[in-house]
Design a protein around this ligand. Structure first.
Ligand code: NAD
Length: 366
């Protein structure tokens, strides 16, 4: 039996369904902590629209300070129609961008998994998509979204796609290290047949691979071909490593595979403090009804637990999600054929029950 570790978690529930899904996920994670001998000390702070209304800023100073000192940050979602007319730099989404910048997270990890039990909910053919488990590693703080000059005149506009060797090396490092813990295959996606910046990307990725990760298989695809291959043979991919722009597009394409946004988690890494959040937004159309699917938040929680080194709890949480789906439990976004859907809290309770069943209690935390 080990002595209990306590982790400081900052929860930023945000807006819409954010509070419901983060609370549901944290309840399950805390229960797993009790079974595995660690404790999550959770402190909630405002971000997005909720922060704007309360403080006039979408990312207030007290939230910034709290995040800096955390072991991990767990976010719900931000935004909603009530803030649609707010000026750009004070919109809820500006709070999210400021948070990512504040934490210095340059690597966005998006696993896209299609469990067998949900293959028939996919827009792709079930036999084509069942068993998909791809991790998209997207560079998050460089490339064309941040390159200068970026300007617009009356009849001309331009943006700049720029990467430094250092930026490519550090994201490649993360992708290869992730691949080592999975299927040991990286597909680097670029447009090296046309863009100089992609030629540098390809050379640097090839060098990082040869120097430090020769045990991992590496191949390269042009982004247009990658989009096609991803749809045609999604189960063949393990880790996809790509730049900010290409990753933005490919990860949204892959996000359609499981059949609901409510299933997709993400992690953003780079500095000491990682940010873990569902891919979906604040879903104002279903907010406040206890119907949102908590699985994206639960799986983001599993990524958080992995990052803390609590891999048994993370594996149990993933098992709990799979077992709940295998048993036929479905929230409204996934329910088919007139089956009555379960609520957010019911789904989380099912997951907790399957997840903790797998564990033998090793310590109790007061
Ligand atoms: P959205 O992801 O909030 O919703 C899209 C659709 O998916 C909606 O029909 C919604 O009901 C459904 N959906 C999303 N999550 C679900 C879940 N967990 N369970 C069941 N159904 C779910 O995207 P949107 O409608 O384009 O945006 C709504 C707001 O969220 C906007 O203000 C947008 O700017 C913001 N947004 C925030 C983030 C973020 O915080 N990371 C991401 C995307 C959008």
């Amino acid at each position: 039996m080990r002595t209990s570790t306590t982790y400081q978690i900052i929860c930023l529930p945000g807006d819409g369904i954010g509070p419901a899904v983060t609370r549901a996920a944290l309840d399950v994670m805390q229960e797993l902590g009790r079974a595995c001998g660690f404790r999550l000390d959770v402190d909630e702070h405002r971000i997005g629209g909720a922060a704007l209304d309360a403080t006039g800023s979408p990312f207030p100073a007290e939230t910034q300070t709290a995040c800096t000192n955390a072991d991990a940050v767990f976010l719900g979602a931000v935004g909603g129609p009530e803030w649609d007319d707010t000026p750009g730099d004070r919109r809820p989404e500006a709070g999210l961008l400021a948070l990512r910048k504040h934490l210095g997270v340059y690597a966005n990890l998006r696993p896209v998994v299609v469990p067998e039990a949900l293959a028939d909910a996919s827009p792709l053919r079930p036999e084509q998509v069942a068993g998909t488990g791809v991790l998209i590693v997207r560079e998050l703080t460089g490339g064309i979204y941040f390159g200068t000059p970026a300007e617009r005149a009356a009849s001309e506009a331009r943006n700049t796609m720029r990467y430094t060797r250092h930026e490519i090396e550090r994201i490649a490092d993360i992708a290869f290290a992730q691949a080592r813990q999975r299927g040991s295959r990286v597909t680097s996606v670029d447009k090296a047949n046309v863009l100089e910046v992609s030629q540098l990307w390809r050379d640097v990725v090839t060098a990082v691979h040869a120097d430090e990760y020769p045990d991992v298989a590496l191949d390269h695809l042009y982004v247009d071909n990658a989009a096609m291959q991803l749809v045609q043979r999604p189960t063949d991919f393990d880790v996809i490593l790509t730049s900010n722009l290409f990753g933005d597009i490919l990860s949204d394409l892959a996000a359609t595979f499981p059949g609901s946004l409510g299933l997709l988690p993400s992690a953003s890494l780079g500095s000491d403090v990682g940010l873990f959040e569902p891919v979906h937004g604040s879903a104002p159309d279903i907010a406040g009804q206890n119907v949102a699917n908590p699985i994206a938040a639960l799986l983001s929680g599993a990524m958080l637990l992995d990052a803390l080194g609590e891999s048994d709890a993370a594996a149990s949480l993933r098992h709990g999600v799979d077992a709940a789906l295998d048993a036929g439990h479905r929230t409204a976004d996934l329910a088919r054929n007139g089956e009555p859907p379960v609520s957010t809290t019911e789904m989380a309770a099912h997951v907790a029950s399957y997840a903790t069943d797998k564990l033998t209690p090793s310590a109790s935390v007061p």
